[in-house]
Structures are given as C-alpha cells and as structure tokens.
Design a protein around this ligand. Structure first.
Ligand code: NCD
Length: 367
C-alpha cells in the first residue's frame, strides 16, 4: 500500500498492525524517537483543523522527523488557482510524505495519483476521514478491550459527518457489531452507506431520533458536531444545531462502562459537566490520535522505501464517458481531470465516481 485515501485501503490485518504499533509507541516512546530522522512530512491543509494537523505534526516530530506545510488555502498557491495535481507533484520534491485536508471530495485521491510520495487523506469534504477512524479504533480497543461484539450509537450529523462514514466502513468488518443511528430526519446517514455498507455486510442497525431511549443499550456513544460549514442553507443549520446535548442526566441512563467518544471539536453537543465522568473518553481519544498517526507514518514510509507500492487497478473503469454531478467533487472544479466511474449496479445503471464515491444513475444515453 502506498497512500491512505479511504479506510478500506487498509485490511483488518493492517488495522491490527497499526493498533499494535501505536500501543507499543505508547509503552516505549524512546524506541521510536529517531525512527523518521531526516524525513519530512508536508501538511497541506486547505480547511481548518486543530487536532488532525497538529497531531500529524507532533507525530512526525516525535519520530525524529520534521514538518513543513500550510494551514489555510489562502496562504498557498491554491489562492492563485494552482491545481491539487500540480501542488502534489511539486511537494513530492520537497517532502517524503503528505497529509492533506481539502473541502472538495476526492482531492487527496487526486494528490495521490500525481505525487511520487505517499499521501494521507486528512479529511475530504463530507466524504471520509480515515485517520480519525484509526484514532477511533485505537480508542475503542483501549477502552473496551475489543473491536467486536459492540453496540455503537452514532449521534448527531450523520449526513455530513465524514468521521461517521469512515467509522462505519471500518467497523462493519468486525463480528457482532450493531449500530443505532441517532439523528434528526434531515441529517440521516446517506442511503449509499446504509444499503451498500451496512446492509451489504448484513450488519444490524436501527434508526431513531431519540437519544434518551437509545442510551441503555449502548456500549459506545459516538457524538458528532452538526457540520455547519456543509449546510447549503444556514437557516437549516440554525434549526438543527441543538438537536442533541449530552448531559449528566442522560448519562445516568447509560451502562456503567459505556464509552463516550467524539472526534472533536465539540460545539455544545456534550455538556462540559460530562467531562469528569470516567466514561467520557474524547480527550484521551484526541491524544491517541497522535500515536496512531505515528504508526501510520512509519508504515507508509516503510512500505514506500521497500518499493511495496501497489499500482492502482483501473481496469473495467469508464474513462471520460460520464461526468460526476456532485458539486462537492474535486472533478467539479479541477480542470482536465480524467473522469473515472465504476459500474456498481448494471440492472439499474448505477455508477460510482472514483474520486468522491458519489453514485450516479446514468442511462446509456446520458453523459
Ligand atoms: C472532525 C473533522 O474534521 O471531520 N474533526 C477532526 O478531525 N477531529 C470532526 C468535525 O469537524 O466535526
């Protein structure tokens, strides 16, 4: 493997290996202090971030490497109209590995196709956020001692919350996992994840708008922020922003060992009064993010150095015969990108864009 764009780029064995390395780093940090000596991480962040960017930077520094990059698009040549593809080619000459966050879905995939060094997706639009999922998996395994046989409540903005999408894709691969999807109707989980991920893997799930009623059965409660920046209509955000607030009273209904996770930042969906509850794991979770990113950097750099890059298999793809209609897809703005689609359901003419994974229904006459 060369880049990490989607959590499914990692097998369950890869996940086990990364978690084991992260645990070893936590136990024996000195062992890793020079592991990336002389190596550089470029953090290319076109969208705001605190934890993800700084934990990546801290991770590389603690491995003995160094970091360079930018933290907003306005301070890079993107402001002059440079494409992601060109930026990736240029940075390949300055650094050994890239972590990229971008508001457009599929941007890190474009970077990976054009860079000659590994690229890590640090969040692309509402699409996916695989390193947050690695953080979540390490947290769940440390807090619960296992990743299987868990009932996981996902609460808040399940429509635009990219962390939830990646977490579901990862967790369906473990036995006995059940989901309770808790959201306002307007912010339900996208249909493609329900049908193609949950139902395809035969994973049990229920949907509700009620957090209180769901509490007693949960082993994990994964709270999320309502994603204001992704709402086309700001009044809709105002109406939905306080849909759920976790309070000590609500925590009384939960199992004594339920773990509360949140990718952070929190706005007001968890009262600060919950922070002292031993079941509140979110600040520990943020700390674990650094260790799992250390493990990931080590793995990707190691594989790249050994020439273990796997060339992408584009056979069977439709090339430039269809175009993606998702306005948040990188293909909507970046000039001259080859459009790639895979046919995922021949009976119903359903195709999937390789960049943003949005599904499109094209009759043969459609372009
Ligand atoms: C998340 C993100 O950026 O998607 N934050 C993070 O990386 N820890 C969650 C969020 O912004 O709500």
């Amino acid at each position: 493997m060369r880049s990490l764009i989607n959590i499914l780029d990692l097998s369950v064995a890869d996940l086990d290996e990364l978690i084991a390395t992260a645990n070893d780093i936590i136990e024996n940090p000195k062992k890793y202090a020079e592991a990336c000596h002389g190596k550089k991480l470029a953090t290319l962040f076109y969208e705001p971030s605190t934890r993800t960017r700084l934990s990546f930077e801290a991770a590389m520094l603690e491995l003995g490497g160094s970091v360079l990059g930018f933290s907003e698009a306005t301070s890079s040549s993107a402001a002059k109209g440079e494409s992601v593809a060109d930026t990736a080619k240029v940075i390949s000459g300055y650094a050994d590995i890239i972590a990229m966050r971008h508001p457009l879905e599929g941007a890190p995939y474009v970077a990976a196709r054009n860079a000659s060094i590994p690229v890590i997706n640090a969040g692309d639009g509402g699409h996916s956020h695989p390193t947050q999922t690695l953080t979540d998996l390490l947290t769940i395994s440390r807090e619960k001692g296992r990743l299987d046989h868990l009932t996981i409540g996902l609460c808040g903005d399940l429509k635009y919350g990219r962390t939830v999408h990646s977490l579901i894709e990862a967790m369906v691969r473990y036995e006995g996992v059940k989901f309770v999807l808790i959201s306002p109707e307007e912010l339900e989980l996208p249909g493609y994840i329900k049908h193609e991920v949950l139902e395809k893997h035969g994973v049990a799930y229920t949907q509700t708008t009620e957090l209180d009623a769901a509490m007693p059965e949960l082993d994990i409660l994964y709270m999320t922020r309502i994603q204001r920046e992704r709402f086309p209509d700001p009044t809709e955000y105002e109406r939905l922003k306080d849909s759920y607030i976790l309070t000590p009273e609500k925590m009384e209904r939960a199992k004594p060992d339920m773990a509360v996770l949140h990718p952070l930042p929190r706005v007001n969906e968890i009262s600060v009064k919950v922070d002292d509850d031993p079941r509140a794991c979110y600040f520990r979770q943020a700390r674990y993010g650094k260790y799992i990113r250390m493990a990931l950097i080590l793995k990707l750099l190691g594989e790249h150095e050994q020439g273990l890059d796997i060339p992408e298999d584009l056979s069977g793809c439709f090339r430039d015969t269809l175009s993606c209609r998702n306005p948040r897809c990188i293909t909507s703005t970046e000039q001259e990108l080859t459009q790639y689609f895979r046919l995922v359901n021949p009976q119903e003419h359903v195709y999937r864009c390789l960049y943003c994974e949005a599904k499109e229904i094209f009759k043969t006459t459609n372009k």
